[in-house]
Design a protein around this ligand. Sequence first.
Ligand SMILES: *Cc1c(COP(=O)(O)O)cnc(C)c1O
Length: 369
Amino acid sequence: MALSVAYVAESPDALDALYEGHDQGFSYAREGHPNAAALGADIAAREGLAHGVVTGSGMAAIGAALLATLRAGDHLLAGAALYGRSLRLLREDLPRLGIATSLADATDARAMEAALRPETRAILIEPVSNPLLRVADLEGIAALARARGLTLIVDNTFPTPAMLRPAAHGADIVVHSVTKLLAGHSDATLGWVGTNAPDRHAAIEAAATTWGMTASPFDCWLAARGLLSFELRQARAAQSAAAIAAHLGGAPGVVRVIYPGRPDHPDHARARALFGGQWGNMVSFELRGGRAAANAFVRAARGLAFAPTLGDISSTLSHPASSSHRGLSAEARAQAGLGEGVLRLSVGVEPEATLLAEITAGLAAVAAL
Ligand SMILES: *Cc1c(COP(=O)(O)O)cnc(C)c1O
């Protein structure tokens, strides 16, 4: 891997052959570079897909997928609990391009079906929602998309290919925020878009190149290095997440624990079927005592970085009411089950005992209020 953004050609004839696609190689990094090509192919292999394009962020990946798929007059249907920026893209930006959008409950394929329109061209979902970890009816929605000839786009950032390969369930395009679990060290912002269809791949690559969504060679290098330990990090984090969910489950001061591995999770059975008995590294929970309890917990659990990201090698805590979901009114948050006492923990690779001690310290501070 190298950090160059421009590449020498042997002759005008050689450059011609390159641009015409007769020769493999690179000319200028916005059009593609070796680091992005290697990283893109690595993630494609993990997803079981033939093609993958690396982009400068997860949002760029979603943007490239949508630009490659939709045109003015089309309608895009999406899951209602999407990532905040994706919701904003649907609400404010696509309509300016003449693309109508609407949202429906992705845990219910019938609700999605009811929201389809004659001009619907694509469906965008996340298999696991943030921070309530609701699991989409991927099978049902894929059947709908197949029956109607719609393009199904799946943002697989939360499950990662370690838990789910959406293409095996009917997704036409898979996107990632590589920034999160795949790269895993919060030092590179990157995205990825993959597909099996050569024409889709060409359209995605053209959109990403023309709109300048290209990734930096250095970020790709960092992510490729991070990917080397992805399985290890994921397995370790998932194991600790199960222990933390169990620990929180019996604790006083905890109103509820949101973890797909718990039988009381509303999508427990679907998660088991879709993820083959894996439950991931995310645990959300609600403390009794609202914002004051959340403040006390975060301050006392000093070893859990309070930072608005997920999937880092170190554990991170987030408070949806003041960050990812702050755009919603207090009423809308309460209705969605995202009160001031809700925290989301992205579990990292620290020793399990260290993590449990942090949780215990946080809960003790809440109890002392
Ligand atoms: C973070 C995230 C994104 C956006 O990715 P960036 O790399 O931050 O642009 C998209 N979807 C999901 C589910 C995410 O968690």
